[in-house]
Design a protein around this ligand. Structure first.
Ligand code: S3P
Length: 464
């Protein structure tokens, strides 16, 4: 028998691979079937993007950073372990409650072993940026999915800052990052809308003298900028007349430990929210959902489609806007989602495609080229999942059109390709489709949403 996560031998109830953070598993495929009205109040785990950044910035700040609400998913646990290997003291105090004692900007130590980033593109790219600014060498690797993903998007600007890289053909992990002895500040215009690339450059820029500027043709999530400011760095943001955003960091600051309160992840909240919209009679509340304006594209789109989503008790927590969301089953209609909205909902297209299958009419999603280089080729995986479940659609190089008929037929088995969001999206589909939906592998769900199955069943979902 093989481990279904890494294909190593499975013996005596354990995976024989001894990779850091890898638990291995033999959990089989899972099915979702037509469920009664979903009801109740839930809280989703902490925001993945903010959790990575809290550990990274805490790890290079002076003093002890207290983090609450941290996502304890596998992706973030890999980042925690890698920060430890580079000198930070990272301790779990209680559920979601962590303390990080940092080494100071420029103070990373060279890791004695390979840095395994698991499934996490965010962890890998951000830490490659951080290492690039330090005079240390680190070798990065990941799982089969991460080792297929493009890294040239970060190695290109980081090379300009003085780092060098030795990796596989096509700029893939495993890769050695040889950090710059004297990093140089750069001004860099992002060729792809990517918060990971922006953040990698800013993290390298922390160790460079002078000002590092990233120009974003389309603004992407700004958690790095917000948290850098929170830890005492000087960050200037200018919105230019042409719609681009210029983010400038003054290098070599002293970062001072500061408490971080991590809000619930809107990208995780998306799953119970869409489930409640499509399961007749549902009425649920999801508490403490992060509503950073650069993350709410899905909610805006769903509301345009006719979703009944109420924002309750809007407030600011830990420097980010949050609210409790009440969601009721809704009759949805098809809409066109413009390419300009993609950066603010980039991770939500798989679950939007599911909502679109339950809407009436055509939903057209444009500007999806980046979906091809996520944890899987998400555009192809979504299209295959829709096809397996009888949903009429058309997928192009960078667009997806879904013909909604009010209800997806279901009845198919979906290949998840090691992609947590594909697994969760199609399980959501099965809760309201005419026939059950099966996904072939649910392990990866733990990378971003540990407890997904329990949370959904607590609302009334039937998963088996
Ligand atoms: C993330 C940025 C996005 C997103 C990912 C998290 C981040 O990736 O898809 O899940 O935390 O910066 P890109 O930067 O590749 O768009």
């Amino acid at each position: 028998m093989k481990c279904t996560v890494c294909q190593s031998d499975w013996r005596r109830g354990k995976c024989t691979a001894r990779r850091i953070g890898h638990r291995g598993s033999q959990v089989p495929a899972q099915s979702a079937q037509i469920s009664p009205a979903l009801t109740g109040t839930v809280t989703v785990p902490g925001d993945k993007s903010i959790s990575h950044r809290a550990l990274i910035l805490g790890g290079i700040a002076v003093g002890e950073t207290e983090v609450t609400g941290l996502l304890e998913g596998d992706d973030v646990l890999h980042t925690a372990e890698c920060m430890r290997r580079m000198g930070a003291t990272v301790t779990r105090v209680g559920e979601g409650h962590w303390r990080v004692r940092g080494v100071g900007v420029g103070g990373l130590i060279e890791p004695a072993d390979i840095l395994d980033m698991g499934n996490s593109g965010t962890g890998a790219r951000l830490l490659m940026g951080l290492v690039a600014g330090h005079p240390v060498t680190a070798i990065f690797t990941g799982d089969a999915s991460l080792n297929k993903r493009p890294m040239a998007r970060v190695t290109e600007p980081l090379s300009r800052m003085g780092a060098s890289f030795v990796g596989r053909a096509g700029g893939k992990l495993p890769m050695a990052v040889i950090g710059a002895r004297d990093p140089m500040p750069i001004e860099y215009r992002l060729p792809v809308a990517s918060a990971q690339v922006k953040s990698a450059i800013l993290l390298a820029g922390l160790c460079a003298p002078g000002e590092t500027t990233v120009i974003e043709p389309e603004p992407t999530r700004d958690h790095s900028e917000r948290l850098l400011g929170h830890f005492g760095a000087e960050v200037r943001i200018v919105d230019a007349a042409d719609g681009s955003r210029h983010v400038t960091l003054r290098g070599q600051p002293e970062l001072i430990a500061a408490p971080v309160v991590v809000p619930g992840d809107p990208s995780s909240a998306a799953f119970p929210i869409v489930a409640a919209l499509i399961v007749p009679g549902s009425d649920i509340t999801v508490r403490n959902v992060g509503l950073n304006p650069l993350r709410v594209g899905l909610f805006d789109t769903l509301i345009e489609m006719g979703a009944r989503i109420d924002y309750l008790d809007r407030r600011v927590a830990g420097g980010e806007p949050v609210a409790d969301l009440r969601i009721r089953h809704s009759e949805l209609k098809g809409v066109t989602v413009p390419a300009a909205r993609a950066p603010s909902m980039i991770d939500e297209y798989p679950v939007l495609a599911v909502a679109a299958a339950f809407a009436r009419g055509t939903t057209r999603m444009e500007g999806l080229a980046e979906l091809r280089v996520k944890e899987s080729d998400r555009l192809a995986a979504v299209a295959a999942g829709l096809a397996a479940n009888g949903v009429t659609h058309e997928a192009g190089a960078d667009y997806l059109v879904v013909q909604g008929t009010g209800r997806a037929p279901g009845g198919g088995t979906v290949a998840t390709h090691m992609d947590h969001r594909i697994a969760m999206s199609f399980l959501v589909m099965g809760l309201a489709s005419a026939q059950p939906v099966t996904v072939d592998d649910t392990h990866m769900i733990d990378t971003s949403f540990p407890g997904f199955g329990g949370l959904m069943t607590s609302l009334g979902a039937i998963l088996s």
